[in-house]
Design a protein around this ligand. Structure first.
Ligand code: TYM
Length: 327
């Protein structure tokens, strides 16, 4: 079986973009592959975060993974910092990473913004750590949303460069797995920006744990336009985004969806979308509450996951060290 690896940062509320771009796809293909899914807490400290919040977010994200349907029979779930090899490999690979390659990362520029002199250096090294996450497990496929494409290309480039330098297949070269529908869900309040955990406006995203009333309000307030015509059209990002979410959740064709709303108003679309979102999230939230009631069970799952993946990571790290001449 091919191996998949992916991860989410426990840095805020998990939203519909994370679900449609990532988790849902992991669940769908879990029986096909040998899966490793991570809670990337070392990435979450690249920007300031309250310790208590971080601690809680890690458990919450584990409960969300399980509530969305990841099954420990098919997936190993673990917390990145529980497997020390990630940090160690990251130092080594960082020494083989040209600064110019990191300078080109658009996410670094966006996150550091005006503060390039004051942000921690972790935000700069972020893509190297991500590359190690993937490469340590000899991953074939990395299911992610569109925003991770550039990081995946860097990972491939680093792996190829390292293998070439030492003339050995130390790393498997991974492929991104980016689905057509749902890979780029946009903000509800500014549909030219992606939906994100860190947007200060909570109305910009629908969180997986939002209650029906909140979901209804957020969708009601979502930016549209004055055209009053319900069509998939990238030139009209607001309506396009609502329709895309509807398409991803109902799994119907675009023609069918446009026909459904022929001659109808935006109110109708928003009402239908609200129903579909609420119906999708309701069972997830119910299961989430059940998992959160049993912290010992969550801890046990994460511990077993880390114990199962550690030897895989260690084997790759050893090979890295051997070819370099360390140890
Ligand atoms: P993160 O935590 O920002 O996002 C987690 C996953 O959700 C996807 N995603 C979206 N998909 C569609 N629409 C959106 N608006 C949207 N926002 C987020 C992301 O593409 C991602 O798949 N660097 C990664 C975490 C990471 C990782 C890894 C991923 C660390 N190591 C190794 C894969 C493999 C990140 O910040 O994801």
């Amino acid at each position: 079986k091919k191996r998949t690896f992916s991860g989410i940062q426990p840095s805020g509320d998990i939203h519909l973009g994370n679900y449609l771009g990532a988790i849902r796809n992991w669940v769908r293909t879990q029986t096909e592959y040998d899966n490793i899914y991570c809670i990337v807490d070392l990435h979450a400290i690249t920007l300031p975060i309250d310790p208590q919040e971080l601690h809680q977010n890690i458990r919450r994200l584990a409960a969300i993974y399980l509530a969305c349907g990841l099954d420990t029979r098919y997936c190993k779930l673990f917390v990145q910092s529980h497997v020390r090899q990630h940090a160690e490999a990251s130092w080594i690979l960082g020494c083989f990473t040209p600064m110019g390659w990191l300078n080109r990362m658009t996410q670094f520029k966006a996150k550091a913004g005006e503060n390039q002199e004051t942000v921690g250096a972790g935000i700069y090294m972020y893509p190297v750590l991500m590359a190690c996450d993937i490469l340590l497990y000899q991953t074939h496929l990395v299911p992610v949303g569109e925003d991770q494409r550039q990081h995946l290309e860097l990972t491939r480039d680093l792996a190829q460069r390292f293998n070439h330098l030492y003339q050995q297949e130390v790393f498997t070269i991974p492929e991104p797995l980016i689905r057509e529908v749902g890979a780029r869900i946009m903000s509800l309040t500014d549909p030219t920006q992606k939906m994100s955990k860190t947007n200060p406006n909570p109305n910009s995203r629908i969180n997986l744990l939002d209650d029906p009333k909140t979901i209804k309000q957020k969708i009601a307030r979502a930016t549209t336009d004055s055209l009053r015509l319900i069509r998939f059209d990238p030139e009209r990002p607001g309506i396009n985004n609502l329709l895309t979410i509807y398409e991803a959740l109902t799994e119907r064709s675009r023609q069918e969806i446009e026909a459904e709303f022929e001659g109808k108003g935006y109110g109708e679309l928003k009402a239908r979308l609200t129903e579909v979102v609420v119906a999708t999230l309701e069972p997830i939230q119910r299961r989430y509450q059940e998992y959160m009631r049993d912290p010992a069970e969550l801890e046990a799952i994460l511990r077993a996951g880390a114990d199962a993946v550690r030897p895989i990571a260690e084997a790759t790290l050893q090979r890295m060290k051997d070819v370099i001449g360390l140890g």
